[in-house]
Design a protein around this ligand. Structure first.
Ligand code: PDD
Length: 267
């Protein structure tokens, strides 16, 4: 239906409590990129919050809608919340009927330009492996980036980098690529997963290891990964200044090229 005809109750728990999860997928040349991995992650997010929903039905609806809308290149957003209840009560309702919201909007998949990032403490909650719709921390951090004329905010807890406000972080050191290990502090990014696979295919060694935030300015290169922006190079940090010599490294360019190629054949 047209967006302005869609209605969601003000008693929806997604609205009242941020009680829901979501997925963002990119469709390029008519194909949803890494669909099976997104389906797996949605299943895992739903399981983590104890919300029963048929993933098969969600993806049947996504397929039906993408066909109906007919965009070749689109951003697909799927949100599942714990539905509505008559009273505002934190604990789950006894009977749950999830609200499922799917939007498909046309977008252009363009290679990312050399960008800037602010570096800030990770102010978010402790379960960032769940793709929760409660994104206030991420929203505030991204706005801070925008207010500083940067494109992203790279985050750290204690001494170590976690991820960025809407993407995962990779650091290039010589011929090696390092990314923080999976834990409840970061989202298991689908693009992160693909970058690791691709690096291995290219013979580039990848290390899943902690990255000290104070080591960022000494990196030869830094890039961020997400489904909608692909691989985004960061050439300047605030604070921290120029990354490497401020140019894109050959390792980054090889990975970016291989990523685009690989996605053409990934189910
Ligand atoms: N963001 N980390 C965070 C906090 C994210 O929000 C995202 C994605 C990622 C990268 O995940 P993936 O490679 O699966 O897209 C990492 C999406 C694009 C968004 O919320 O719009």
């Amino acid at each position: 239906m047209p967006l302005n005809k869609a209605r969601i109750s003000p008693m929806d728990r997604g609205f009242l409590f941020g009680d829901g999860v979501y997925e963002v997928m990119a469709q390029v040349d008519g194909r949803i990129r890494a669909k099976s991995l997104h389906a797996q992650r949605l299943r895992s997010s739903l399981d983590s919050i104890g919300l029963e929903t048929s993933i098969e039905q969600v993806f049947t609806d996504v397929e039906r809608l993408t066909k109906k809308v007919g965009f070749s290149t689109a951003k697909i957003y799927v949100q599942v919340t714990r539905g509505t209840a008559d009273v505002r009560e934190h604990a789950f309702p006894t009977i749950v009927s999830p609200t499922i919201f799917i939007t498909i909007s046309e977008f252009e998949a363009i290679p990312q330009f050399a960008s800037q990032a602010i570096v800030r403490p990770d102010i978010r909650w402790r379960k960032n492996h769940i793709k929760s719709v409660a994104l206030l921390g991420n929203v505030l951090l991204m706005q801070e980036a925008r207010d500083s004329a940067a494109q992203e905010a790279i985050l750290y807890r204690g001494e170590y980098v976690t991820e960025a406000s809407t993407s995962n972080v990779f650091v290039i050191r010589g011929q090696k690529v390092v990314t923080p290990p999976l834990s409840d502090l970061i989202l298991p990014g689908i693009t992160r997963h693909l970058v690791i696979e691709i690096a291995q295919l290219l013979g580039i060694s990848v290390l899943e290891d902690n990255i000290r935030v104070d080591s960022l300015p000494e990196a030869d290169g830094i890039f961020l990964s997400s489904s909608t922006r692909g691989l985004m190079p960061i050439v300047s940090l605030n604070p921290g200044g120029c990354v490497g010599n401020g140019e894109l490294t050959s390792t980054f360019l090889a990975l970016q090229h291989a990523y685009d190629e690989r996605l053409r054949c990934y189910e």
